[in-house]
Design a protein around this ligand. Structure first.
Ligand code: HEC
Length: 117
């Protein structure tokens, strides 16, 4: 194999293994370990988000699955999953996702829950 081919092969393998690594996501925090705030956030999620998003999978429903959302480098749109971005997506909506009006308390609880996914 020529040196150039070897380099391409090494790069491709790194890419393939890197992508495969992304599929084994860090585990969600079990519900038995939720804080009271995270549990309240889970209830908000059930009421407002669950019909469109799976919380424990990355499989799409109406919107993308949200497992490990805040542990990934970027959300499906490419934006980083910071609380600020999440707040904007939740309160304002985004393309096919409708805006979800929440009280500040509900929002804080929901964000805490999203960090357990
Ligand atoms: C009616 C269905 C629906 C509901 C309800 C809904 N979403 Fe979505 N959501 C979507 C769709 C569709 C997208 C993909 C939007 C796009 O094209 O970027 C999305 C995208 C997202 C994204 C990814 C944003 C990005 O930048 O990639 C997050 C995070 C998200 N939703 C969280 C939530 C949360 C949290 C709730 C509950 C407050 C919620 N969604 C409620 C349909 C919904």
């Amino acid at each position: 194999m020529r040196k150039g081919n070897l380099l391409i092969f090494a790069t491709l393998s790194a890419l393939v293994f890197g992508l495969a690594g992304c599929r084994s996501l860090p585990p969600s925090k079990p519900s038995s370990e939720w804080t009271p705030q995270e549990a309240r956030g889970a209830a908000v999620y059930q009421a407002k988000c669950a019909r469109c998003h799976y919380p424990t999978s990355t499989r799409p429903l109406h919107g993308p699955g949200l497992q490990a959302l805040t542990k990934l480098k970027s959300m499906p749109s490419g934006a980083p999953p910071t609380d600020e971005r999440l707040t904007a997506v939740i309160l304002n909506g985004r393309q096919d996702m409708p805006a979800t009006p929440l009280t500040d308390q509900q929002l804080q609880d929901l964000l805490a829950y999203l960090h357990t996914l």
